[in-house]
Design a protein around this ligand. Sequence first.
Ligand code: SAM
Length: 209
Amino acid sequence: MELLLKYFPHLSENQLDQFGRLSELYKDWNLKINVVSRKDIEELYLRHVLHSLGIAKVQEFLPGSKVLDVGTGGGFPGIPLAILYPETNFHLVDSIGKKIKVVEEVSGALELTNVKVTNARVETVTDQYDFIVSRAVAQMETFVHWVKGRVAKRQKHELKNGILYLKGGDLKDELANYPKATIYKLQDYYKEDFFETKSVVHLPLKYKP
Ligand SMILES: C[S@@+](CC[C@H](N)C(=O)[O-])C[C@H]1O[C@@H](n2cnc3c(N)ncnc32)[C@H](O)[C@@H]1O
């Protein structure tokens, strides 16, 4: 939590309470359904919460906008982003039912009314969104194929509507076919060793009228 306050000092009482309860909730759920590795659960705020919120350092989400989290697993990056932006609508999707069960329970316990949770492969989701966020799910080519046509021009965000993907390592090869992709290095926002090799990739996608 100290780390969270260091980089997000303006959280409301309610947000502080919600972020604060994440550790206990994931510890409890992890005993029944493993969604976070043992090492990571000890460093939940660094490895999962702050990492997820790296997307917020790159793009602020406006009230009323719609965001899809593809392959959310235990709820990352969707749950931390939904706490940070209570007036933005988040749709968290994963193809594994037991992971989605944990997300549903965590979201319910925190009374996140801006979160919708679906157990499905993303290829079957037909709604449209301002942004599509994700972490550790697929190579960019596969991912773009999955979510093509899911982006609508809805609001005047700073970045063009499209994908915001948390990625690690050298992305030159993976992004070679995407000249419009921009890489935002998280070490520019977070002065913690963990973020040295981590980035948010922004890729605008064509709107569907
Ligand atoms: C490595 S986990 C990452 C989970 C989470 N995003 C995180 O960073 O902690 C990848 C997740 O993507 C989900 N997944 C893979 N392909 C998917 C698809 N086509 N549609 C929905 N979920 C998918 C898997 O079920 C798995 O939970």
